[in-house]
Design a protein around this ligand. Structure first.
Ligand code: FAD
Length: 517
């Protein structure tokens, strides 16, 4: 993973000339005056952990598994939001931990947490490091130091129960590896977020992730049937049956807890049979309102495709759903519909009738295949845009169908008001019977201080989301960036309840301080 950008540097691409011209003519984008920093020149606070504490940590996880090198600290300093990348490109590694600790199993995690609580060392669990909400940078004040607890060594598929259709994994398994391990049993998770190439199963659970095929496979939190969690005060082993009426479901308290309540050390996940057939196709709908109505009909009355995505007019015109075709988009609103598993032909035919009845025109399989082929390449495009002098970032929310048009307008207007004349694009890619998510992509020319520029826009968007009745996050989580808006969403009593839980499982407050609550 590129330390100041996304993914495998070998997959990075130059921006096509057509896109450069578009950025310049439409938005006034110019190449940044200052070149991006090199890894060796990143500035970080001096490491604060005393040698005796480093020795004690090494005593728990083994000598080679406590890293204090410049590179290890830089690579664990932040997540992958645009402000994170802009700061790293500017050589600002202020969030870096003092050490990276790699436990080999549950018991080592538990011992590390007890030591850290006793010595007041902040602990930031680290999965794939793809957080986009500031979930990986701990508050330092009042602590003897900060460690990044990298779960990368805990990367095993522990057990497959083909009768119950569940699989038990350690938390550090990256998503592609999970799919590879399950494929050997003819199974799949079906969880394909855009961060698929690097994010881990523990991170998905901790941040309540949702993948691009959520219509067919559900969100990640729908897949978790059991969790083992280590806290400084002891362990939790949750989920002994598929469903239960035995009081509130404590799994739900841990899902989305972002390392603030404990470290997920094992997950039992619902799995599905790997689909024999996959078909993706494109449709053109006359406008976003008609497209939204079509998606609502599919979500409420069926049949629901496995993948269902609607781009608004601007996203369709730019061609963002097809990073291989950027700049070559078309009129109307593009729908991508994908069908996996059983009865593909029948579901496809029935969904086609619904899409047609809303004015949809079939575009065949080519746009669908193009989307499937390029579905993980947009983050690489972001790096190229940042290097070219554009600020590009995404944000997301969700609301009930009845509120969706108002939410869409409110967020768009807030972004336009905060940034002047940015390009604001949106799509719906997660639908439910009662509502859907809205996912915005914003592109604008970088100002002298692009981080402050984005913070201004993000603040305006957050306020608009809260006022229009949307949730502050459909699938990115809370981290530090959404903490204030999340508090507004759940109210003072809600915050006090979360605080009480945290005080019980983490009385010294060492678990990911500053995140969530
Ligand atoms: C380019 C890009 C595209 C993305 N696309 C999507 C998308 O389509 N859908 C989506 O849902 N998200 C998406 N994300 C967000 C991100 O990938 C998810 O939040 C993902 O769940 C994070 O997984 P991770 O393993 O990288 O976790 P990390 O980023 O390492 O951690 C996320 C949070 O969880 C905590 N944590 C991690 N592991 C554990 C553990 N085992 N126990 C307790 N706490 C833990 C961390 O401390 C942190 O607060 C995207 C991010 C990027 C950069």
């Amino acid at each position: 993973m590129l330390w100041s950008g996304w993914g495998d540097p070998a997959k990075a691409r130059e921006l096509p000339e057509q896109v450069r011209r578009l950025l310049h003519d439409l938005l006034g984008v110019r190449a940044p005056a200052v070149p991006a920093a090199g890894l060796e020149s990143v500035r970080m606070p001096p490491a604060a952990l005393e040698p005796r504490l480093l020795d004690a940590l090494a005593g728990l996880v083994g000598d080679g598994h406590v890293l204090t090198t410049h590179e290890a600290r830089v690579r664990h300093a932040r997540g992958k939001s645009t402000p994170d990348l802009l700061r790293m490109r500017a050589g600002d590694g202020a969030g870096a931990p003092d050490a990276v600790v790699l436990p080999g199993g549950h018991d080592e995690v538990a011992r590390v947490l007890r030591l850290c609580a006793a010595e007041r060392i902040a602990v930031v669990p680290f999965g794939g490091g793809t957080s986009v909400v500031g979930g990986l940078t701990a508050a330092r004040d009042g602590f003897a130091g900060v460690i990044s607890l990298d779960l990368g060594r805990m990367d095993r598929l522990v057990e497959v129960d083909a009768e119950s259709m569940t699989a038990v994994f350690e938390p550090g398994v990256p998503a592609p590896e999970a799919e590879r391990l399950l494929a050997a049993h003819g199974l799949t998770l079906g969880h394909f977020p855009q961060s698929f190439e690097y994010a881990t199963l523990g991170g998905f659970a901790a941040a309540r992730s949702s993948g691009q095929a959520s219509a067919g496979y559900g969100r990640f939190d729908d897949m978790v049937t059991g969790l083992t969690v280590a806290t400084p005060e002891g362990d939790l082993d949750l989920g002994r049956a598929p469903k239960s009426a035995a009081g509130p479901d404590l799994r739900q308290l841990l899902l989305g807890s972002e390392g603030a309540f404990g470290v997920i050390t094992s997950l039992r996940l619902r799995v599905r049979r790997a689909p024999a057939e996959k078909v993706y196709e494109g449709w053109r709908l006359p406008g976003f309102a008609a497209g939204t109505a079509a998606l609502r009909a599919l979500a409420q009355d069926g049949p629901l495709p496995t993948v269902l995505r609607l781009s608004d007019e601007t996203e369709t015109m730019i061609g963002l759903a097809r990073p291989d075709r950027i700049g070559g988009g078309e009129a109307g609103c593009l729908v991508i519909a994908g069908y996996e598993g059983a009865s593909v032909a029948a579901r496809r035919e029935a969904a086609a009738a619904v899409l047609s009845s809303h004015g949809g025109v079939p575009l065949g399989e080519e746009p669908g295949q193009g989307w499937a082929h390029g579905r993980f390449s947009a983050p690489y495009l972001r790096d190229s845009l940042l290097a070219a002098g554009a600020t590009v970032e995404t944000l997301e929310t969700a609301g009930f169908w009845a509120d969706l048009p108002r939410l869409y307008d409110a967020v768009r207007l807030a972004l336009l008001g905060a940034l002047g004349s940015p390009l604001v694009m949106c799509h719906i890619s997660h639908v439910y019977e009662t509502g859907a998510s809205l996912y915005f992509t914003v592109v604008t020319a970088q100002e002298d201080d692009p981080v402050a520029q984005w913070e201004r826009a993000k603040e305006a968007a957050n306020t608009a989301i809260v006022e229009a009745g949307g949730t502050i996050s459909h699938h990115h989580g809370v981290g530090r960036d959404h903490r204030a808006a999340y508090a507004a969403e759940i109210g003072p009593l809600g915050v006090a309840i979360l605080r009480a839980v945290k005080d019980r499982v983490d009385p010294r407050g060492v678990l990911n301080p500053g995140a969530l609550v």
